[in-house]
Design a protein around this ligand. Structure first.
Ligand SMILES: Nc1ncnc2c1ncn2[C@@H]1O[C@H](COP(=O)(O)OP(=O)(O)O)[C@@H](O)[C@H]1O
Ligand SMILES: [Mg+2]
Length: 243
């Protein structure tokens, strides 16, 4: 999806397909209801479905989770703990799937069946933010990539796979930061999954998550190749062997 995001003072203006923005706004309202201080989300202020514009509050002082590494150069434990909390946030989102389903109401085209949840859909590095002043986690953009079907509902591992592909894939940023911290990326994935398990009481096996992460990356490379910033290298898969 080609979306444009513009900051206007305290407000963020996002352009995109109207129906997607309506769902995004409703999901954000749902998240706000159960976040309970574990994380924060932007508050949708207005959606013009026809024009394809949403206005929402701006999360100020937040940076993408990877950029937060800069502020913790000498504190690998702090970074691991950040990822553990990030796992907890995703588990909270999945655990309150019923609330999100209610907010989505008629906008939800697929019923939520046993073992499935309402997914965030794009739970990766650029949509998990951290406030530098106090490490509060911010979650934005709960919208799946355009080539993903079904849109909103699936097994929890789908969201886990996305963050896994961010943590283990050949992304310059994570490799650079993790190397500078002398922090194995595997350790960050462990922290993320531990945090998820602590909040949810369950987590798929390590092998299943790594496999799903690879599959996610493959889908992104093949079907998302026309997106603005595809992961360039077809060798992206070697990573799993170097864990
Ligand atoms: N409410 C917000 N507050 C602060 N920054 C935001 C907000 N919404 C978006 N951003 C910034 O703009 C970027 C793109 O917005 P996003 O909603 O994720 O759109 P896209 O679908 O293009 O990923 C985000 O990665 C984030 O840096
Ligand atoms: Mg985004």
């Amino acid at each position: 999806m080609i979306v444009r995001v513009r900051v206007e003072g305290d407000v963020v203006v996002k352009h995109g397909p109207g129906a997607e923005l309506v769902r995004e706004a409703r999901k954000l309202r749902a998240y706000e209801e159960f976040a309970g201080g574990l994380f924060v989300v932007p508050r949708p202020l207005a959606v013009d479905e026809e024009a394809g514009v949403m206005r929402m509050s701006r999360l100020e002082g937040f940076v993408p989770v990877v950029a937060a590494f800069d502020a913790s150069k000498d504190a690998p434990r702090a970074v691991a703990s950040l990822f553990s909390r990030t796992g907890g946030v995703l588990a909270r989102i999945h655990g309150h799937s019923e609330v999100t389903r209610r907010w989505l109401a008629d906008a939800l085209t697929t019923p939520v069946t046993a073992g499935h949840v309402v997914l965030h859909g794009d739970f990766g590095f650029s949509n998990v933010l951290v406030r530098l002043s106090d490490s509060t986690i911010g979650v934005i953009d709960p919208t799946p990539a355009p080539y993903v079907e079904p849109r909103d509902v699936g097994p929890p591992i789908r969201d886990l796979a996305h963050m896994t592909s961010c943590l283990l894939g050949r992304r310059g940023s994570i490799i650079r930061y993790a190397t500078a911290l002398r922090l194995p990326r595997r350790r960050l994935l462990e922290a993320f999954l531990d945090g998820y398990a602590a909040e949810s009481g369950s987590v798929p096996s390590w092998d299943a998550v790594v496999e799903a992460g690879q599959e996610h990356l493959r889908t992104y490379l093949v079907r998302g190749a026309d997106l603005p910033r595809p992961i360039a290298s077809a060798t992206a898969f070697v990573w799993a062997k170097t864990l």
